[in-house]
Design a protein around this ligand. Structure first.
Ligand code: HSE
Length: 437
């Protein structure tokens, strides 16, 4: 029987998951491939660190070059994460004509162009299904499943940690800190969880999906990114009052020849298909033109789901390696020379509905001044709600408002007027709303 030899760079949560998955499903994988998969080398940073898997003597090394320079290895699986040395090692593995599978969204969002071009020039494969939405095959869906369509929008929940935190806060009143700690214990969170809660991980992922969907380079630094640390229990309760749930939303939509792309907490109507997707689950809605609206839902983080996506790539690449037919799929689903940049719409030009929570003194005339500032900036109020009565001087009361569709620049202008008016006792919370008019 033929063998396909694998080398791993890294053996943390995901790398260990890959080892376990191969052992657990070896018979099925071998039957599907008609070949056996063998892990021949695994490079780790610290040889003394305890691991949840054991490998035969001599397989584990602290020298990553023992993996990328091993002439027998067909596929290098990079699961170390981060920028360097992952970037350099991947580029060297490609230069050595090895196929690469990676879960590294950070790297692809920032250096994808360089890595995609290197793969194309060496005619080797790059598998990165695991970089977005865990087990959910969204990269394949965009690149293969809907390759006959013009994708109009990619929209969804693509960070399991934030979805877990927001779900726990909404469903059982957990604190942000408690829910984050649980997400870390469950192996969902990034090594640096600020990447999750500040929206950076989500931005990495939407940059990758947008590049694939629109065959464009996306300048990561132009993506508007907000995380969930400003979302409080009061906002979650207000959302319920108004018939919404709060999710950390990633959006990449075509608008003529420009691209709307942003990551922010958003209020989503409860009846929306993705509103009920809770816990660490991810959901990606693809508006595929003639292919209709398709929503993919599944576990988006953790050892099992991420290693499942890695193995999907390994099996696909191994099939081509066995056939020896080269690798027909360019990483971006189109040759690099066909990829062109798309201008990104400045956030100030966004038109949507807004939820605003003002913290003000509970005294006559305050509501009128807020309404006046909004009116002056051409913003129409949809609903207004005050949370109880605040009798203590200098203690704020929360006043929540939702607006009809407004231009973001106008909303910012109204907030500036209110900041200068000195009626705000604390910063205002702004959450964009989906589905309003
Ligand atoms: N930290 C990520 C998440 C892991 O919570 O979704 C998967 O990329």
């Amino acid at each position: 029987m033929k063998t396909i030899k694998l080398g791993l760079l890294g053996m943390g949560v995901v790398g260990s998951g890959v080892v376990k998955l191969i052992e657990k499903n070896r018979a099925d994988i071998t039957r599907r491939l008609g070949a056996d998969l063998i892990i021949t080398k695994v490079a780790v940073r610290d040889l003394t660190k305890p691991r949840s898997v054991s490998l035969p003597e001599g397989v584990v090394t602290d020298d990553p070059y023992a993996v990328i320079n091993d002439p027998d290895i067909d596929i290098v699986i990079e699961v170390m994460g981060g920028d360097e040395p992952a970037r350099s090692l991947i580029l060297q593995a490609i230069a050595a004509e090895k196929h690469v599978v990676t879960a590294n969204k950070h790297l692809l969002a920032l250096h994808g162009d360089e890595i995609y071009a290197a793969c194309e020039s060496k005619n080797v494969a790059l598998g990165f299904e695991a970089s977005v939405a865990g087990a959910v095959p969204v990269v394949r869906a965009i690149r293969d499943g809907f390759s006959g369509n013009r994708i109009e929008s990619v929209y969804g929940i693509i960070n399991g940690t934030c979805n877990y935190i927001l779900t726990r806060m909404a469903e059982d009143g957990s604190s942000f800190e408690q829910a984050l700690m649980e997400a870390q214990q469950l192996g969902f969170a990034e090594a640096d969880p600020t990447f999750d809660v500040e929206g950076i991980d989500t931005a990495h992922k939407i940059a990758i999906l947008a590049s694939l969907a629109y065959q464009t380079g996306v300048d990561f630094h132009q993506i508007h990114v907000e995380g969930i640390t400003g979302v409080g229990p009061e906002d979650i309760e207000a959302a319920k009052e108004f018939g919404y749930v709060i999710k950390l939303l990633a959006v990449a939509r075509r608008q003529d020849d420009r691209l709307e792309i942003h990551v922010n907490p958003a209020m989503i109507p409860v009846e929306d298909q993705i509103a009920s997707v809770g816990g660490a689950m991810n959901a990606v809605e693809l508006n595929c033109g003639m292919g209709g609206i398709n929503t993919l839902v599944g576990p988006g983080a953790g050892e099992g789901p991420t290693s499942s996506a890695i193995m999907a790539d390994v099996v696909e690449i191994a099939r081509h390696a066995i056939l020896g037919d080269g690798y027909p799929m360019p990483p971006m689903g189109a040759p690099i020379h066909a990829v062109s940049p798309t201008p990104i719409i400045p956030m100030d030009q966004l038109v949507t509905c807004y939820y605003l929570r003002f913290q003000v003194a509970d005294q006559p005339g305050v509501m009128a001044r807020i309404a006046g500032a909004l009116g002056e900036c051409n913003i129409s109020i949809a609903t207004m709600y005050q949370n109880g009565r605040q009798r203590k001087a200098n203690k704020p009361v929360s006043v929540m408002m939702t607006t009809h569709t407004a231009c973001e620049a106008d909303v910012k202008r109204a907030l500036d007027i209110l900041i200068k008016s000195n009626i705000l006792l604390a910063p205002t919370t702004l959450i964009r709303m989906e589905g309003g008019e």
